[in-house]
Design a protein around this ligand. Structure first.
Ligand code: AHN
Ligand code: ZN
Length: 326
């Protein structure tokens, strides 16, 4: 055998033997850099929001918290647009709404969208005690937790940039859906007002992104996230990627590999008007008819409903997905 032929054979044998025996899941995780999410920092940003009091539109707490969120996102290096408008509730009450849009690498055409709602519900209409039904909730898990996590993700992006551009949108006026005590009069509309507005009036004409991830109620202790129905229908590829990433990271007690219920939420507005495949990571309880956990729309949705373990799981999965996006 000549040296040349030997060399070619050696290269071929070496090449094939080095081909990694990849499982479906290990393909989702390349070796690239992924920062470590600091769950204590996410918890802190959550507590800061809750400390303003319920962030109900048309209240001073809402206005102050909106300014806090926009200022923090700017401090992390994002370009921030505060999209303010008047919207109308199920009762046709005018509310002052502000979507907060934070962009990293705004000139980059390849974009990923992360979002959550930052308002808190004006009614604890699921509270076990009916005297509380017209009181506003802290919304620690339902609102603040997801925004706290997105602030921490923004801080990480500011320290070490991703390959794609990232937009973080904090929607307002998500949680003004017709309360149960008034459903007979008004029907069941009124959710997702801020995202409906943004999706029809994006901050950039014809705005698009490769995909979107909505976080909603992602901080309760022992939360479980099922593959939500509309996410599967409209963005199955993203659902698969996110749940496979969770599995590789060892978070499959949170991210359950089963299909879940169909949920009215901001992701559907984004798909409907902007045609961006968008998933919803949202807690449901399979043992309770897939309702959203025991804190949901009650006065118990306070800082007790926030766990750094759950936030770490969700935040690390999201970071892994966006830092592996080339
Ligand atoms: C419904 O209750 C129909 N959708 C849940 C949307 C929501 C409320 N997310 C948080 N709060
Ligand atoms: Zn809610």
């Amino acid at each position: 055998m000549t040296n040349k032929i030997f060399l070619i054979i050696a290269i071929l044998v070496f090449g094939f033997s080095c081909k990694p025996n990849q499982t479906e899941n290990s393909k989702v995780l390349q070796k690239g850099f992924v920062p470590e999410l600091d769950a204590d920092s996410a918890y802190h940003y959550t507590a800061q929001q809750v400390a303003f009091g319920p962030r109900v539109p048309n209240t001073p707490a809402h206005q102050a918290c909106g300014n806090y969120l926009a200022d923090e996102l700017r401090r992390f290096g994002a370009e921030v647009i505060e999209q303010e408008t008047t919207l109308y509730t199920y009762k046709q009450q005018a509310i002052h709404s502000k979507n907060i849009i934070a962009s990293f690498q705004p000139e980059n055409k390849n974009r990923v969208l992360l979002c959550a709602h930052w308002d808190s519900r004006p009614f604890a209409d699921q509270d076990p005690n009916p005297v509380n039904h017209k009181r506003a909730i802290d919304g620690a898990n339902d609102g603040a937790g997801a925004c706290g996590l997105l602030l921490e993700i923004a801080r990480q992006i500011g320290l070490q940039s991703t390959t794609t551009g990232i937009d973080i949108i904090l929607f307002d006026a998500e949680d003004w859906g017709t309360p149960e005590f008034e459903q007979e009069i008004y029907g069941s509309q009124g959710w997702c007002l801020g995202s409906q507005y943004w999706a029809q009036h994006p901050h950039i004409p014809n705005y698009s992104a490769r995909f979107g991830i909505l976080l909603d109620m992602v901080s309760a202790p022992n939360a479980q996230f099922y593959k939500e129905y509309f996410s599967m229908r409209n963005a199955q590829r993203i659902v698969t990627k996110v749940w496979a990433t969770a599995e590789v990271l060892g978070y499959n007690q949170y991210f359950i590999n089963q299909e879940g219920p169909a949920i009215t939420d901001d992701h559907n507005e984004i798909f409907k008007y902007r045609h961006i495949p968008c998933i919803d990571i949202i807690q449901t309880d399979a043992n309770d008819n897939h309702r959203f956990g025991t804190y949901w729309h009650t006065l118990n949705d306070n800082m007790q409903a926030v766990s750094t373990e759950t936030m770490k799981a969700v935040g690390q999965v999201v970071l892994s997905v966006i830092y592996n996006e080339k």
